[in-house]
Design a protein around this ligand. Structure first.
Ligand code: HDD
Length: 729
């Protein structure tokens, strides 16, 4: 690779062992000559070789042919699911030695820093689709441990739609754009998805999550992650425990409103990608704690659900989440294609000390992930692509195939061999060789599902019951929207019969929005996912109640709300703005870690009352309220008059109010607030308590404005504003 020395590492971004390994593949053209792929220097990259200045292009032009051929093949098939993604490098450190539970070396040494590469994604949309689709988010972490790669390929929701991998192609065909007209893109709001779901009651719990605000994250940095399946930890003595993996974001779990999500999709379809990139560039490195829920083998059957069923979670009230380590994302990729696109995750990439269970969804995934890379990345050597390469040495007798990079020396590619003294050697368990957990199996070969998987509704109800009032309303709205987009009335009706099993009030509200009544469909008729000779009664959902009424961890209402770090705040200003009321609040928000933009009618600069010039970050044309977390309007009567004359400014504030965001204004800006649709709702009391309750603050004092406004922004949203359900602009 040329120019290794010229490689620039961004100052605030961090290096680790994986970065150093990748650096042998970096290529940086600064100061370099342009060449063909066989290294010949190019003299003219502007003109093809022709028979005369105005003549035909000659086939002899190897430079043109090479360039066009490469271009023609620049695309690889996008992932069938999770095509749209964004990724970052980082590190993971365990807090304490976990060797009581697992022999995985990276979890036993608090001094060890394990490089990671994390890819977040949506599921249904194509590579070019919007980030803000209502969808599950992928949360895939590749740990480059000293014992090989461990991939934790999870989602931002702890359960899944189906119980058996054999139904995965059906689920994905149902949610993807319909095959006759390829519509709609990146949306589940269409007939085929709900046709499938309404006949698969096992999806009820996951549907509640997908219709909740979890499907509309404010940021990838503000999402939880889950390994979903129950895995196994195995320690050096061979003792196993069941384990569920969690990622807990240190910025809390926050979402946007559905109306806002739809707007963001137009204003900035790269919203989540940009947010992750910008935060890391700014040195505001996103962090998550790794959590584990541990269940001993003796306790396998003590719950009122089956821990092998991927449509069930283990409520944190029953088994608390222990936080065992921290992941920090601290470096953006250098090249999207080489890293984010070519990274290949595999749920079967485990290291000694981590093992599988018989969850039938997990078992099917173990086949799918290698298989998909074979075609997507063009053959069996995708593990040699730099981003996929283990930092632990790789030696085996696998050879050849498309795009082989390794130049294996010697004569032997088999074992046993005497010629090379049996190299590469197998490794004993004591020295780190992987040994599968010795699970006892004594069973008949059978295509069937365990009766313990047929409780389809108890945790769907538990999830719904655990939500705050605004969260419940959002689920009602989401279902009303999605089913409203379904054209076939019998699908809508069947879905109502499913919803009534979860919660009567929920079903009634959605039915009212759809103008339908709830049909009475017996439980045995609800499940149409049965074999040809299946007994309908045997496949009917059992309908027990969850032993828990509520689980606090399932609601986002009480998430961490103590920081405004990386929150984006819009300051609406114009010429004649009062410098003191602008700068004091701006400086204080920036000091708290917020990102503050001055938005004015025109780009360029504005002049304050004190004739100070200030750079404008965005104009009302390029910015939009939905791209910000909060709005502040400083004083200055000239500026206020300009804003009053600027319909986009009033619209900006109205929209921020509609989306329940914190709004603060200097008292001189009162006329602007009076021009909004919520003028009548401005709190009569001007004290902090009233401001914090309403998310609206008007004050003449910059210091107290900064303090109260900061608290308001940290609260994220004031959902109580949704009650009157008035829709502005
Ligand atoms: Fe999967 C990709 C997560 C079930 C088959 N899956 C993929 C990715 C994530 C998940 C995060 C994107 C990885 C990346 O960023 O490259 N998948 C899940 C979770 C599941 C799940 C949490 C259930 C608990 N998946 C699942 C099943 C199958 C697959 C049941 C097939 C039987 N998944 C795939 C795949 C993908 C994939 C087709 C597409 C691209 C890829 O693997 O590399 O193999």
């Amino acid at each position: 690779m040329d120019n290794k020395k010229a490689v620039k590492t961004k100052p605030q971004q961090q290096e680790n062992e994986k970065t150093r390994q990748l650096s042998s593949s970096f290529s940086d053209a600064s100061g370099a000559s342009m060449t063909t792929n066989h290294g010949v220097k190019i003299n003219d990259d502007q003109n093809s070789l022709k028979a005369g200045e105005r003549g035909a292009t000659l086939l002899e032009d190897f430079i043109l042919r090479e360039k066009i051929t490469h271009f023609d093949h620049e695309r690889i098939p996008e992932r069938i699911v999770h095509a749209r993604g964004s990724a970052a490098h980082g590190v993971f450190k365990v807090y304490e030695d976990m060797s009581d539970l697992t022999r995985a070396a990276f979890l036993c040494d608090p001094g060890a820093e394990t490089p990671v590469f994390v890819r977040f994604s949506t599921v249904a949309g194509s590579r070019g689709s919007t980030d803000l689709a209502r969808d599950v988010r992928g949360f895939a972490v590749k740990f480059y441990t000293q014992e090989g790669n461990f991939d934790l390929v999870g989602n931002n929701m702890p359960v899944f739609f189906i119980q058996d991998a054999v139904k995965f192609p059906d689920l994905i065909h149902a949610v993807k754009p319909e095959p006759d007209n390829e519509m709609p893109q990146a949306a589940s709001a269409h007939d085929t998805f709900w046709d499938f779901i309404s006949q698969m009651p096992e999806s009820a719990h996951m549907v509640m999550w997908a219709m909740s605000d979890r499907a509309l994250p404010r940021s990838y940095r503000m999402m939880e992650g889950f390994g979903v399946h129950t895995f196994r930890f195995v320690n050096a003595k061979g003792v196993a425990n069941f384990v569920k993996f969690h990622w807990k974001p240190l910025l809390g779990v926050h979402a946007v409103a559905w109306d806002e999500a739809q707007n963001i999709s137009g204003k900035d379809p790269d919203f989540h990608r940009r947010d992750l990139w910008d935060a890391i560039e700014a040195g505001a490195f996103p962090e998550w704690e790794l959590g584990v829920q541990i269940v001993s083998e003796e306790d396998e059957f003590k719950f009122d659900f089956d821990i092998l069923d991927p449509t069930k979670l283990i409520p944190e009230e029953l088994v608390p989440v222990q936080r065992i380590g921290k992941m920090t994302l601290n470096r953006n990729p250098d090249n999207f294609f080489a890293e984010t696109e070519q990274v290949a995750f595999h749920v079967g990439h485990v290291v000694p000390g981590i093992d599988f269970t018989n969850d039938p969804l997990l078992q099917g995934r173990l086949f799918s992930y290698t298989d998909t890379q074979l075609i997507r990345l063009g053959g069996p050597n995708f593990h040699e692509i730099p981003i996929n390469r283990s930092v632990a040495p790789v030696h085996n007798n696998q050879r050849d195939g498309y795009m082989r990079q390794t130049i294996n020396r010697g004569k032997t590619s088999y074992g046993p061999n005497a010629i090379a003294a049996n190299d590469p050697q197998q490794v004993s368990e004591a020295e780190g060789g992987f040994v599968s957990y010795n699970e006892r199996i004594d069973a008949k070969k059978i295509r069937a599902r365990s009766r313990s998987f047929f409780d389809h509704f108890s945790q769907a109800s538990l999830f719904f019951n655990s939500q705050s009032e605004p969260e419940k309303n959002h689920i009602v709205d989401a279902l009303s929207f999605e089913l409203g987009k379904v054209k076939m009335v019998d699908i809508r009706e069947r879905m109502l019969a499913v919803l009534v099993q979860i919660d009567t009030d929920l079903a009634n509200k959605v039915a009212a929005a759809l103008g339908l009544s709830i049909p009475e469909i017996p439980l045995e008729a609800l499940n149409n996912s049965i074999p040809a000779d299946g007994d309908r009664e045997a496949y009917a959902s059992t309908n027990p109640k969850s032993t828990l009424e509520k689980s606090a961890a399932l609601s986002m209402a009480d998430t961490i709300k103590d920081s405004i770090k990386t929150r984006k705040i819009a300051i609406l200003a114009a010429n004649g703005v009062d410098e003191v009321s602008l700068s004091a609040v701006k400086d204080s928000l920036v000091a708290e870690g917020a990102v503050v933009h001055i938005i004015a009618p025109m780009l360029g600069e504005i002049k304050s009352t004190g004739k100070k010039t200030m750079a404008v970050d965005e104009s009302f044309l390029t910015a939009a309220s939905v791209l910000y977390d909060a709005v502040y309007i400083p004083g200055g009567s000239d500026a206020i008059n300009v804003l009053l004359d600027e319909p986009n400014a009033i619209h900006f504030i109205n929209e921020a109010f509609k989306h329940c965001k914190a709004i603060a204004a200097h008292q001189e800006a009162m006329p602007v607030l009076e021009a909004t649709y919520f003028a009548k709702q401005l709190p009569k009391d001007k004290d902090t308590k009233a401001a914090l309750a309403a998310g609206l603050l008007v004050s003449g004092d910059a210091k107290s404005t900064s303090e109260t406004f900061t608290k308001m922004i940290a609260m994220h949203r004031f959902w109580n504003r949704e009650k009157p359900r008035k829709v502005p602009a």
